[in-house]
Ligand binder design. Structure first.
Ligand SMILES: NC(=O)c1ccc[n+]([C@@H]2O[C@H](COP(=O)([O-])OP(=O)(O)OC[C@H]3O[C@@H](n4cnc5c(N)ncnc54)[C@H](O)[C@@H]3O)[C@@H](O)[C@H]2O)c1
Length: 438
């Protein structure tokens, strides 16, 4: 099967990965890549590094690793950089985050110490629980955007990067809705000039990336790049986009369990989810305005998976509650509890309890890596705008306005793998399988 996307530019030279916010997730990603490059650890959880893809019929026995099938950047060719409101280098920031063992960090200390954050674009109005010294000053938001663009260009020159990708790994900003200023690039640029309140810091970074034709991913639930002005800019400069909010702990489990219950037509009356979390992310989410952004993102998955409009007897009026409690002793080692009230045959009630003792940033790091590598691939394949095939990684996947987002993890994975097959001119796999029996 031929494909218009077969002319993928090779992954030649270095890929600069710019992370906005060098906190727990970002430093765990960078330290992990450094350790993996040295052969000290395995990239567990990363589809780009460990995943395989079946090609052709089951009888053909072709299942290469994804990284041997599509031309991805090599880990050795990645160069990390970024911004933060704190001046700590990546080693100090990783120590503060407390995710990785001290011993493990020592093994990559030199590489981490060499990464120092560039001064950030930050305004406390959008992240109430944070304040730090490493912040840019500018006469208006347009000036701040220009400063970020100058940083991006300087980074690219300094490290001799062939290409760049940017991922927002910064804190969750307060809840915002799309407004007039986000409608077009023209209205957005006017808003930058006037330092419009509806433009939070994360949008200034996204604008800078997209104006430079760089791929952008949003690992947090903020509105950020999910507005028409950004889509227009992405189309104009051929930047691929993905987000929002990485699907890691409780929502990952939710999108694994819920499609299974739905497949067997088991009803659900209630789903109560609560978490304790003690890292800086937990502290930021302790602010009700930042929590609201997270809550909206976490709550949407079940509605889309269960489709209560099609199955009112099973899922109408489902009571879905999500809580996150900031509990410092737990650090990054989040604990989540889910109670699911089910109904089976003839309406008899059942319950399912899930207790997940996870590590937030350990689950998030492979997603940051995969998003960066796949977005770079998309850019080289000439694919711009929303990359729905990367929904697999997100709690609130970006999607075209006329379609609903796909939340079912298994459909998302099929979509991702079929996109890779399509890119490489391989036959898509429908799982029909009649040919084996004809
Ligand atoms: N860890 C997970 O499993 C997970 C899952 C989904 C989403 N997220 C989201 O990822 C983001 C990062 O999480 P984390 O655990 O690393 O948090 P963190 O608090 O450890 O790190 C965030 C960093 O962003 C910095 N920051 C905030 N605003 C900034 C700005 N305007 N410019 C530059 N830097 C800025 C902060 O100073 C901090 O160092 C959060 O929004 C979180 O909700 C995390």
């Amino acid at each position: 099967m031929s494909s218009p996307l077969q002319n993928i530019a090779p992954a030649r030279g270095k890929l600069g990965v710019l992370l906005v916010g060098l906190g727990a997730v970002a430093t765990t990603t960078i330290a992990g890549v450094c350790a993996i490059r040295k052969g000290l650890a395995l990239p567990i959880g990363s589809l780009t590094q460990m995943g395989t893809i079946r090609l052709g019929k089951r009888t053909e026995g072709r299942s290469p690793k994804i990284k041997d099938f599509v031309p991805l950047a090599e880990l050795n060719d990645l160069v990390f950089g970024g911004w933060d409101i704190f001046e700590d280098d990546c080693y100090a920031a990783a120590r503060t985050a407390g995710v990785l063992d001290r011993e493990q960090l020592e093994q990559v200390r030199g590489e981490l110490e060499a990464i120092r954050p560039m001064p950030a674009v930050f305004d406390q109005r959008y992240v109430k629980r944070l304040d730090g010294p490493n912040v840019k000053k500018g006469k208006n938001k347009r000036d701040l955007a220009e400063q970020l663009i100058a940083d991006i260009r300087a980074f690219k020159n300094k490290y001799g990067c062939d290409r760049l990708v940017m991922v927002w790994t910064g804190s969750t900003e307060v809840f915002m809705k799309e407004s007039g200023v986000h409608a077009t690039v023209a209205s957005f640029e006017k808003g930058l000039e006037q330092s419009d309140d509806a433009i939070p810091s994360s949008m200034i970074y996204a604008y800078a990336a997209l104006r430079e034709g760089i791929a952008f991913a949003n690992a947090a639930p903020n509105l950020t790049a999910d507005v028409p002005a950004m889509l227009e800019m992405a189309a104009r400069n051929k930047s691929p986009l993905s987000g929002n909010d990485m699907k890691t702990g409780q929502t990952l489990i939710k999108t694994i369990i819920a499609p299974g219950l739905k497949a067997r037509l088991l009803g659900v009356r209630g789903w109560y989810s609560t978490n304790i979390l003690g890292n800086r992310d937990g502290e930021v989410l302790d602010d009700p305005e930042s929590f609201k952004t997270k809550e909206e993102s976490k709550k949407s998955a079940l509605d889309y998976i269960f489709q209560p409009h099609l199955y009112p007897d099973l899922y109408k009026d489902l009571c879905h509650v999500v809580r996150i409690n900031y509990y410092p002793p737990r650090g990054d080692n989040k604990e989540g509890w889910d109670n699911i009230d089910l109904i089976g045959w003839l309406g008899y009630p059942m319950q399912l309890k899930i207790n997940f003792l996870c590590r937030d940033s350990i689950l998030a790091a492979p997603i940051v890596l995969d998003s960066a590598l796949f977005l770079d691939l998309a850019k080289r394949a000439g694919m711009s705008g929303i990359q729905e095939w990367l929904s697999f990684y997100y709690k609130a996947p970006m999607h075209a306005p006329e379609v609903y987002p796909e939340h079912d993890l298994f459909i998302q994975l099929m979509k991702l793998k079929n996109t890779l097959r399509h890119m490489m001119g391989e036959e898509l796999i429908t799982h029909l399988g009649r040919e084996y029996y004809d």
